[in-house]
Write a protein that binds this ligand. Structure first.
Ligand code: FCB
Length: 453
């Protein structure tokens, strides 16, 4: 019997993205994306791994969706690959790409699984990159056309469209840290990309609303990271505030307040030029669903390690770590309550619906002798994080849903296949799927709408 219960109609789901699962990178008329280019560039991905085949979801979507249904899933957040639909980003539509997402959506609906379609999970068409990519304003307009096309073809079967997944990661991991496609290391490019991605959200929202025959909710999913100073010193506290501005407020403020912290910092101003044009911020501030992706916190000290912003991330001892991050469940509570207090509660107009759209943990799972995957660490992680979501709800934060990242193990970007996030284990040689203990456990949580902690 569960001892914590979630509100009625709480939305349980799982999430995934096109590049990480589909494979079939050059089949049926698909164009090349910046991730196709990036993974084929030596030295970019651990062990030279690629998403060329990934977990072959393009060919196995039927059995994958059947497995979702078997576990009782009712909501699935996935992304469409822009280059499957528009191989060059604009212009010629690829009918086989349209047919694939038609089949995918119809199969979901047949199994009573509601599609939460996301337009952009980082796989920008290479043709648009060659014309300047996100640092160029034109890309935002191309994105709005793509959004219109998706609405035209699939909108009749959608109630929700997410424009972007983690715009900060697309801008900064892709253009400042260079760890993601397109692999640039240029703060100016990152800031321009950041602004244009957000602008494209606003333009796409307009396009979707104009094209849709019934109301479609517009969402976005943000990677948000509660930031803690490494010490009580004033310098560390100011360093933490700078990181909060450049990681969290840089996306939250425009989307929810119509302002931007970019204009607050003397060191950043020289990079901006006429980037933010009159009317842009008003366009960006439109949202029906705010999706929060939470994995960990950041502990920050003042340092010259990351220049210009003068900060460094430190990794405190004492907590458990996963393959990628410190495990810090309280951070999810801190984040949700902060969003409520700083952004949702003060609004005079309707606040967007708040959901956790990603949360999960990479741990080195494996098949035991009897073929089972006993991923107790993932179950513990989920229990602790769901407890914090529940705690936030108890304290008045209107969290309406929770999506686990991810349904199946998949291609974890620059880290390749080494980091497993799935509720379902994938043997990458045979493509055999095995539901992990956590998958059965999560199925029970969804069914009981609660859990024992
Ligand atoms: C998020 C991404 C998702 C996945 C998880 C682990 O940042 O949205 O694609 O890589 O992290």
């Amino acid at each position: 019997m569960p001892n914590i219960s979630f509100p009625n109609n709480f939305i349980w789901g799982v999430a995934a993205s096109a590049y990480q699962i589909e494979g079939a990178w050059n089949e049926d008329g698909k164009g090349v994306s910046i991730w196709d280019t990036f993974v084929h560039t030596p030295g970019k991905i651990v062990n030279g791994e690629t998403g060329d085949v990934a977990i072959d979801h393009y060919h196995r979507y039927k059995e994958d969706i059947a497995l979702m249904a078997e576990l009782g899933l009712r909501h699935y957040r996935f992304s469409t690959a822009w280059t499957r639909l528009l191989p060059n980003g604009t212009g010629q539509v690829n009918p086989k790409g349209v047919a694939f997402y038609d089949r995918l959506i119809d199969t979901l609906l047949k199994h009573n699984i509601e599609p939460y379609l996301c337009l952009f999970h980082w796989d920008l068409p290479q043709t648009l990159q060659d014309q300047g990519g996100w640092p160029k304003r034109e890309t935002a307009y191309a994105f709005a056309d793509y959004a219109r096309l998706v609405t035209k073809h699939f909108g009749d079967r959608l109630n929700v469209i997410f424009t972007h997944n983690e715009p900060w990661v697309a801008a900064f991991a892709g253009h400042f840290f260079g760890e993601h496609a397109p692999g640039q290391k240029d703060l100016g490019a990152a800031l321009r990309a950041q602004h244009h991605i957000l602008l494209s959200h606003g333009l796409a929202a307009e396009a979707i609303r104009a094209e849709a025959k019934h109301p479609i909710k517009i969402g976005i999913t943000l990677n948000l990271t509660p930031v803690y100073p490494a010490s009580d010193s004033k310098k560390d506290q100011e360093a933490a505030a700078r990181v909060d501005a450049i990681m969290n407020r840089i996306v939250l403020d425009p989307l929810l307040k119509g302002t931007t912290p970019m204009l607050e910092f003397k060191v950043i101003k020289p990079f901006l030029g006429n980037l933010i044009q009159p009317g842009d911020l008003e366009k960006i501030r439109t949202l029906d669903i705010l999706g929060v992706n939470y994995y960990s916190r950041a502990v920050i000290k003042h340092s010259s390690k990351i220049p210009i912003v003068n900060v460094e991330q430190v990794h405190p001892e004492g907590n458990e770590y996963s393959g990628m991050w410190e495990i810090f469940p309280e951070g999810l509570y801190a984040l949700l309550t902060r969003i409520q207090n700083d952004y949702l509660a003060p609004r005079e107009d309707a606040a967007p619906t708040l959901m956790v759209t990603e949360n999960g943990v990479p741990v080195p799972d494996g098949l035991d002798f009897d073929g089972r995957v006993r991923d107790e660490r993932r179950i513990r992680y989920l229990k602790n994080h769901l407890f914090q979501v529940h705690r936030a709800i108890q304290d008045g934060v209107p969290v309406k849903g929770y999506f686990h990242w991810s349904f199946m193990d998949n291609f974890e970007w620059a880290l390749g296949y080494g980091q497993r996030f799935g509720l379902v284990y994938v043997d990458y040689k045979t493509q055999k799927r095995t539901v992990k203990d956590s998958g059965r456990w999560f199925a029970r949580v969804m069914e009981e709408n609660g859990l024992e902690v």
